[in-house]
Design a protein around this ligand. Sequence first.
Ligand code: SOE
Length: 389
Amino acid sequence: MKPVIGVGMVGHAFMGRAHSQAWRSVAAFFDLPVVPSMAVLCGRSPERTAAAAEALGWAATETDWKQLIKRDDVQIVDICTPGDSHAEIAIAALAAGKHVLCEKPLANTVAEAEAMAAAAREAAARGVRSMVAFNYRRVPAVALARRLVAEGRLGELRHVRAQYLQDWIVDPEFPLVWRLQKEHAGSGALGDIGAHIIDTAQFVTGQNLTGVSGLTETFVKERPLAEGSEGLAGGSRTGARGTVDVDDAALFIGRLEGGALASFEATRFASGRKNALRIEVNGSRGSLAFDFEAMNELWFHDQTLAGAEAGFRRIVVTEPDHPYAGAWWPPGHGLGYEHTFAHEVKDFLQAVAAGTDPEPSFADGLRVQRVLAAVEASAAGESRWTAVE
Ligand code: SOE
C-alpha cells in the first residue's frame, strides 16, 4: 500500500473544479510514490460547499480556511481562491507545516508575493514545499517546446511572440465579476492571463525578462453589478452599475536575459478567440509555435535543413516519449485542458514525496509578479521602458 497524503482545497469555483478533477484522476494514471486523498473542501457557504464536495468527490467540508489548515487529515493545502486571499492563506498554511499549491497569479501585489516567497523559503528549510499553479507549463507541447529550446534545437533565441486572447467580456452588459475588481483580482487581463504568457515565455526559453514597456486599456468602464455567485458567471443582476478598475487588455514588449526581443498581448476583447494562449519562438537554428486552441500540436521549423525540406512541420504531441503523454491514451488520442492540472498535481506530489522543491516556486511566482508590476508602472508612465526589479 502506498502512503496517503491528505489534501484540503480552498475554493470550489472554476479552478476548484479543475483541481478536483486532477486530484481525483492523478493516481489512476500516474504511478506515484504517494496517493492523494481528497480530505476536505472549504468554501464560504455551507450549502454550496457541501453540494460541491459531493459533486467533486471531497470527503468533508469546512467554511473557514483557518480550521482547514489545523486539521490532521490535511497535509497539502490547495488554494483556488481569488488573489486577495492567497498571501494570508498560503503564509498561514506554510507556518502550520502544510505543503501549499497556490493558484496564479501568486498574489495581487509584489509586497504580498515577496512575503509569500520569504515564507516558502523558510518553510522549505523545514521540508515544507510550495508551488504556484501555472498549469500551461504542463501542456505536453509546451513542455516539449522547452525541451527543444534546452537541447539547443532553436540555437540563439531572437524573438518571442506571446499572446493570450479571450473574449468572455466583450459584451458591455457582462457583469462586474471579481476578476474585474482590483481589490479582489489585483489587475485585469494582465494579471489573470498575462501572467500565464509571462510564465510560459520564461519557462520555454529558460530566460527571465529584464525590462518592459507596456500599454493597458479598459474599454468598458462600467458594468452591471451582480450578486449570488462565487464564480465567473456573475449571479443575478442587482440593477446597479459599478466601475471597472482593472485593465481589459495589456500589451507590452520586453527583453529577455539572453537578448531576445519579446512581445506580449493579453486581452479579453479578442472577439472569437476563446482561450488562445499562443507562443512563437524564433532562433538562429529554428522556430517553434504553439496555440492552446490546438493544444496537442507543436509546430517546429528546423532552420538547419536544406531549403527544399525546410518549413514548419506539425508534431502531434501524444507519443509515449513526449512529456506526460505516455501516461494517458495511445498516440493520437489527445489531451485537454483538465490534463494540465493532473500533470501539475503529479509533479507536485512527486516533489513532496522526494523532498525536493517543485517548480514553479513561489520565487518564480514573485518574478512574474515583478513583471506585472513593471508593465503597470510603464503603462502609467507613458509606456516608459521599465526595468524588472
Ligand atoms: C479566466 O480568464 C481564466 O479562467 C483564467 O483565470 C485561467 O487561468 C485560464 O486558464 C483560463 O481563463
